[in-house]
Design a protein around this ligand. Structure first.
Ligand code: 5GP
Length: 108
């Protein structure tokens, strides 16, 4: 059985989060310790622990998350932002449920 992270519990609505976007493939919510005026996390509904665990079957997920973030920014009128993946403990990853950081100095 897979180890359930805090993001599994947010995805499954077992613990609260400030959700800003959701569809069948992704969930986006505010980071609890924001490092920019707007700091969001985009997670896939399908669990993958890390970029380091991608396989040919899951390689589309990062691109899908980036496209969702791009569409979200466009809809909200956010023109400049940074997108980051932390990979592995050495890359600063603390939660082992793949997520895309979305940071902007523009307010949501
Ligand atoms: P990582 O370093 O793994 O790439 O980033 C994990 C991020 O998740 C951190 O920026 C941290 O602030 C955020 N985070 C950790 N626990 C929670 C939580 O319970 N709720 C929310 N909304 N964000 C969290």
């Amino acid at each position: 059985m897979e180890e359930r992270t805090i993001f599994h519990k947010i995805r499954d609505k077992e613990i609260p989060a400030s959700i800003v976007y959701e569809d069948d493939e992704v969930l986006a919510f505010k980071d609890i310790h924001p490092k920019a005026a707007t700091h969001l996390l985009f997670i896939p509904k399908h669990f993958v622990p890390s970029i380091a665990d991608l396989t040919p079957a899951t390689a589309h997920i990062p691109g899908m998350l980036i496209l969702k973030a791009q569409k979200f920014a466009e809809q909200k009128g956010i023109r400049g932002y940074k997108l980051t993946f932390h990979v592995g403990a050495g890359g600063g990853q603390e939660v082992f449920y793949l997520h895309l950081h979305f940071l902007s100095e523009e307010q949501l």
